[in-house]
Design a protein around this ligand. Structure first.
Ligand SMILES: *Cc1c(COP(=O)(O)O)cnc(C)c1O
Ligand SMILES: [Zn+2]
Length: 406
């Protein structure tokens, strides 16, 4: 076998057919490990292959003959953003726009792998807790696979576009009177009791799909690795996954270095940044996380230990931004670059601006910001921050009056 499952805490191997999400011996987080001697992958073997998560299938945990449940996820645009770079004060900035995935967030990358794994393991129902995007992504792959999906959401705290997706694609959508962390505790219990397959990012296979963001960035930059990667952190799976991708590419000899991983959280919801600033390897959960960026409104991130290790190992950092800074960055992306993102995604650019201003990131460093979700996910937030459109009587004088107003 060319891959295995290993506990990051005690180092024990876990049998691949066991349905467990944490180590049965010590409770530690699990990760997928590869035997690179048994894997064929090189710049040459990747040349000319269509961009997608499955372009990198030799570094994904499946036999060669597996038929993926795929809806053309991945292969998202990497934009060079010179106007935004100039406004922030750096020379070389790219935005990896994960809002261009099928449901409009990077969660699709994790779910194409996760649902394919669920079927391989013979699981018949998939489930997750979600701040919204995970549920949207799970719903489309469950639909494509023809199996039921159950999603638990914090009632009243999920952006409208995300709920709409989960509902239309046929998931059983259940609002919990509580926050995301409560929903996650409940769904873990539910999966145990009902033998549903849990597809939150505690599931190590989810992260295998998401690590392809790292692969793709190197690939799209012509096998160059940027100095920095800046991205929002919620449950802390994505920063872990992207770093894993860069580490594996380096181990396979495809690239020769890794970027400094910079995780950005909202001020009202920042256990990872707090732990980093205190030099700790694990977090203190935040009981009442609060931010306009609902996708990162998470007080007890399950992957915190992995994420902090990625940050320390890469020489990166974690920091916070305010909701006002997030909204400003969302407007900057939209107006300077034509990139429409939801608030959580804009935390990356808000964080970059702050880190350049305080000197933590230098002007001549090459930076990739990951924008994790699409603008249309959260239309209500847009109306709140931009105001509703003008409305006038259907007469040309009225229209001209508004046009000429400043
Ligand atoms: C899930 C999500 C995040 C947070 O990612 P984690 O892996 O939970 O840290 C950030 N932004 C958006 C839009 C998301 O959907
Ligand atoms: Zn263990």
């Amino acid at each position: 076998m060319f891959y295995g499952l290993r506990c990051i805490a005690c180092g024990r191997s876990i049998e691949l057919e066991r349905i467990v999400y944490t180590c049965p011996h010590c409770g530690g987080l699990l990760e997928v490990v590869y035997d690179l001697d048994k894997i064929e992958i090189s710049r040459q073997s990747l040349e000319g292959v269509k961009e997608s998560v499955w372009k990198y299938r030799s570094l994904l945990p499946f036999p060669a003959d597996i038929k993926p449940i795929s809806i053309q996820e991945g292969g998202t645009a990497l934009y060079r953003c010179d106007r935004l770079a100039a406004s922030i004060g750096i020379d070389e900035l790219y935005v990896k726009h994960e809002g261009l995935n099928p449901t409009g967030s990077f969660k699709d990358r994790g779910m194409t792998v996760g649902v394919t794994k669920a079927l391989e393991l013979g699981m018949e129902v998939v489930a997750c807790a979600s701040t919204g995007n995970t549920s949207a992504a799970l719903s489309i792959y469950a639909a494509k696979a023809g199996i039921p999906a159950v999603v638990l959401l914090p009632a009243g705290k999920v952006a409208l576009g995300k709920v709409a997706q989960a509902l239309m694609h046929g998931a059983k959508v259940i609002g919990i009177r509580g926050n995301f962390d409560d929903a996650l505790t409940l769904v873990r219990d539910l999966c145990e009791k009902e033998r549903f397959y849990l597809l939150n990012s505690i599931n190590p296979y989810r992260l295998e799909g998401q690590k392809t963001i790292g692969f793709e960035i190197a690939d799209q930059l012509g096998w160059r690795v940027p100095d920095r990667l800046v991205l929002p952190v919620g449950n802390a799976g994505n920063i872990t996954a992207i770093f894993k991708g860069f580490v594996e590419f380096r181990a396979a000899g495809i690239t020769d270095t890794v970027p400094k991983m910079c995780g950005i959280q909202a001020e009202g919801s920042c256990p990872v940044a707090d732990a980093f600033r205190a030099g700790k390897k694990d977090i203190e959960p935040e009981k009442n996380p609060e931010t306009i960026a609902t996708a990162i409104r998470i007080g007890d991130p399950v992957n915190a230990v992995k994420a902090l290790a990625a940050i320390y190992d890469s020489g990166g950092l974690a920091d916070t931004v305010s909701d006002d800074e997030i909204i400003q960055a969302q407007r900057d992306l939209a107006k300077l670059e034509g990139i429409g993102v939801e608030p959580a995604s804009a935390a990356s650019v808000a964080g970059l601006r702050k880190l350049v201003e305080n000197g933590a990131i230098k002007r001549d460093e090459s930076v990739v910001c990951v924008t994790t979700g699409h603008l249309l996910k959260d239309p209500e937030e847009v109306i709140t921050v931009c105001g509703a459109p003008f409305e006038v009587d259907a007469r040309i004088e009225e229209v001209m009056r508004v046009v000429r107003e400043r």
